[in-house]
Design a protein around this ligand. Structure first.
Ligand SMILES: Nc1nc2c(ncn2[C@@H]2O[C@H](COP(=O)(O)OP(=O)(O)OP(=O)(O)O)[C@@H](O)[C@H]2O)c(=O)[nH]1
Ligand SMILES: [Mg+2]
Length: 215
């Protein structure tokens, strides 16, 4: 670190997890490329996209990882989570079983993470109001219980997709600024990813978005 004349550089790893067919790959393609695929195939292995945003006048890059919800298609789990500082835990508001799985996904995340992870619970497919099977209140309640951000999204009509990712990325940035992420393992990841800690961590910039938001 320190060789970059442009100054600080941030690259944060964010993972998307949740049951198969909840829309993880489409949330990523909507965010990174503004694309939606009505006939997308189940993901096999791991894919990632890098997306930039600006915070405090600095360019912040998020490397967003997407993997298979289906166990048999998943790559090595520990590698997927290694170095992740943000996570979107996704369920499908029209399929209750995917909501019931959230606890298991959170468990897996905490088992494999070695640092503070900015986590958001995402109820996707909020365009399917007519066949909704998980209420907004239930989503909110679970998020509150587990200390997560919460948002309902639609990769189909774009509702809240950008916002969901950006809230997580901002939270990571704030965590870094507050030096919450100061474990030795995280420092190792920082140098690995060429991410700099801000020198001035005193500014506790307030989130301008609320922690909970829905369609
Ligand atoms: N109505 C609606 N359909 C969606 C939405 N997001 C995804 N889908 C559809 O849901 C199906 C599954 O989407 P994927 O993005 O492939 O799901 P996934 O979570 O990546 O699935 P795996 O890769 O198997 O883990 C596809 O047919 C998508 O078109 C959404 O917001 N609304
Ligand atoms: Mg997928």
């Amino acid at each position: 670190m320190g060789e970059d004349e442009e100054g600080e550089e941030y690259l944060f790893k964010v993972v998307i997890i949740g049951d198969s067919a909840v829309g993880k790959s489409n949330l990523l393609s909507r965010y990174a490329r503004n694309e939606f695929n009505a006939h997308s195939k189940a993901t096999i292995g791991v894919e990632f996209q890098t997306q930039s945003m600006e915070i405090d006048g600095k360019e912040v890059k998020a490397q967003i990882w997407d993997t298979a919800g289906q166990e048999r298609f998943r790559a090595v789990t520990s590698a997927y989570y290694r170095g992740a500082v943000g996570a979107l835990v996704v369920y499908d508001i029209s399929r209750r079983t995917t909501f019931d799985s959230v606890a298991r996904w959170l468990q897996e995340l905490s088992t494999h993470s070695d640092t503070t992870v900015a986590r958001m619970l995402v109820g996707n497919k909020c365009d399917l109001e007519s066949i909704r099977s998980v209420s907004v209140e239930e989503g909110k309640a679970l998020a509150e219980e587990e200390g997560l951000f919460f948002m309902e999204t639609s990769a189909l009509d774009s509702t809240n997709v950008k916002t969901a990712f950006e809230i997580v990325i901002k939270e990571i940035y704030d965590n870094v600024s507050r030096k919450v992420l100061n474990s030795d393992s995280y420092k190792a990841e920082l140098s690995l990813n060429r991410v700099s800690l801000t020198s001035n961590g005193t500014d506790e910039a307030k989130q301008n978005s609320s922690r909970f938001s829905c369609c």
